[in-house]
Design a protein around this ligand. Structure first.
Ligand code: 4NP
Length: 152
């Protein structure tokens, strides 16, 4: 099973989602992340995201931002988008129905009916990053269980 987490810049939400998910799935799962924009390509994650993860004993400091590519739609089995704008952008990049089937809103896939989106914490503070971490932690738990038991 190959999972791709996608947000806008690939420096805040999806790097957190990537390494949180890695703590919840078997070693033979592949988990990666990407952004819909290339503005931060090559950069390490935002320091506030690094610190938030470190507060939970997760090291995301060595990740590097990269934009999503055409290949990703073939390589990955599941593509989880952090918010609706990202979802629409990713859907618009898919080239056929089989690729579109792989794409979902992260919180919808995790059955979180109170929140549709993982809010962008970039313009916020550490509290916003912690809130994002909690949403991702709960969501990854549910998605990992589903993938491990039903492959969906
Ligand atoms: P992310 O957060 O999509 O969670 O990585 C953002 C990162 C950068 C920007 C916006 C959101 N930006 O405008 O540069």
């Amino acid at each position: 099973m190959k999972i791709l987490m996608v947000c806008l810049g690939n420096i805040c939400r999806s790097p957190l989602a990537e390494d949180i998910m890695k703590t919840k799935v078997p070693d033979d799962f592949v988990v990666d992340s990407a952004g819909t924009i290339s503005l931060h390509e090559g950069e390490h994650p935002d320091k506030r995201a690094v610190r938030t993860a470190a507060n939970h004993d997760i090291d995301i400091s060595q990740q590097r931002s990269r934009p999503i590519t055409r290949n990703d739609f073939e390589t990955f089995d599941k593509i989880y988008c952090m918010d609706i704008d990202v979802y629409e952008d990713v859907i618009s990049k898919a080239e056929n129905e089989q690729q579109r089937q792989k794409i979902s809103l992260f919180l919808e896939a995790s059955g979180d009916h109170r929140n549709a989106e993982v809010p962008d914490p970039y313009w916020g503070d550490m509290k916003d990053f912690e809130k994002v971490f909690q949403l991702l932690e709960k969501g990854c738990e549910v998605i990992a269980d589903r993938l491990k038991t039903h492959n969906l």
